[in-house]
Design a protein around this ligand. Sequence first.
Ligand SMILES: Cc1cc2nc3c(=O)[nH]c(=O)nc-3n(C[C@H](O)[C@H](O)[C@H](O)COP(=O)(O)OP(=O)(O)OC[C@H]3O[C@@H](n4cnc5c(N)ncnc54)[C@H](O)[C@@H]3O)c2cc1C
Length: 380
Amino acid sequence: MEFDLPDEHRMIQETVREFCRGEIEPIAQEIEDDHRFPEEIFDQLAELDMMGVPISEEYGGLGGDTLMYALVAEEIGRVSGSVGLSYVAHVSLASKPLELFGTPEQKERWLRPLAEGEHMGGWALTEPGSGSDASDMDTTAEKDGDEWVINGTKQFITNASEAGSVLVKAVTDPGAGYDGISTFIVDPREDDGFEVTTVWDKMGLNASPTCEIQLEDVRLPEDRLLGAEGEGWDQTKKTLDGGRISIAALSTGLAQGAYEHAKAYSQEREQFGQPISQFDAVRDKIVDMHRKTERARLLTHRAASRYDQGEPVTRESALAKLDASEAAREVAEDAVQVLGGYGYTTDFAPQRFYRDAKLMEIGEGTSEIQHLVIGRELGL
Ligand SMILES: Cc1cc2nc3c(=O)[nH]c(=O)nc-3n(C[C@H](O)[C@H](O)[C@H](O)COP(=O)(O)OP(=O)(O)OC[C@H]3O[C@@H](n4cnc5c(N)ncnc54)[C@H](O)[C@@H]3O)c2cc1C
């Protein structure tokens, strides 16, 4: 679908591609090995106006659409899953809900610094005891005078250790089911009782911090409630509709990156007196890698375009996420295979893509949950 991208989109794509090649790719393995969040990369992305691509200019964003944002996420994914994951969590999960559901004052105070890249943002839904069944949460927010008091534990929260704001989901009305959940804006640096208790070691994506956080009697003024009381679950569904497009875009980038490494290697590596790309088995693998990547991209761009037209995207974003995450894992696995023994070493990128791609089938709703969502949309 790249052939019919508008000029402005193509320009942004080229700018980000060049930045990713020049600045991120050379350190992509090193930040993984060191488990280091690359703050300087996000500062540079902020200088390029990339930290708020789909956020309105009024609040410090670029004012681009979802398709443009998907292109940026794909380019980052093409070189680093870690940078990509922290980036999409910042934009889709931490920033977009503030734009969609915040008051003008909340947007000024909390959205602007995110969109301008002053600091990172996080979004805290998952808990130790509730993941796929996310509404079954234990975190509570109780009213005490004109303050909210939050207590609970959140699990696997991207960026929490680096964040200047985290959107926290909590139960405000225990008897009301889905309508008893609300969203709160928490300042990890200023609000007493907020603590990052663990930064997880993972099989991949180790330059993107994945945190457990503890909230102990965190007292918040009333203006930290995002939207109305009881709207937290509805906001979650809308946030994930957009968020899944960004995971699909990131997955497409991982697939593209892995495919490119494998293709280039297959044309250079010789065995039995010829480049290995000349063997049918290798060529067919690379053709299939290309096919899967293109299909993932088309589904992702379709979902993004529909989102931009204001159409419902629950089915399209789940389809894109399901397909692209599977493509990323399969293509990355094949890339390791095409590189043979070298593919299994950390001197070559495919192993990193393979480990990073696996998360895409888990985060923002597992593949099993995407099947459930799509089945429901099909009326099954
Ligand atoms: C690196 C990383 C970053 C993350 N970032 C964030 C973040 O920023 N914010 C946040 O809130 N969360 C985040 N998460 C959490 C992530 O969204 C959850 O891990 C995910 O939704 C799955 O939940 P779970 O881990 O509790 O697995 P579970 O829900 O316990 O699932 C375990 C298995 O059971 C299957 N299963 C569960 N229910 C069903 C069902 N009804 N039908 C069929 N199969 C089912 C699942 O598909 C899975 O295979 C992150 C996780 C990771 C690993």
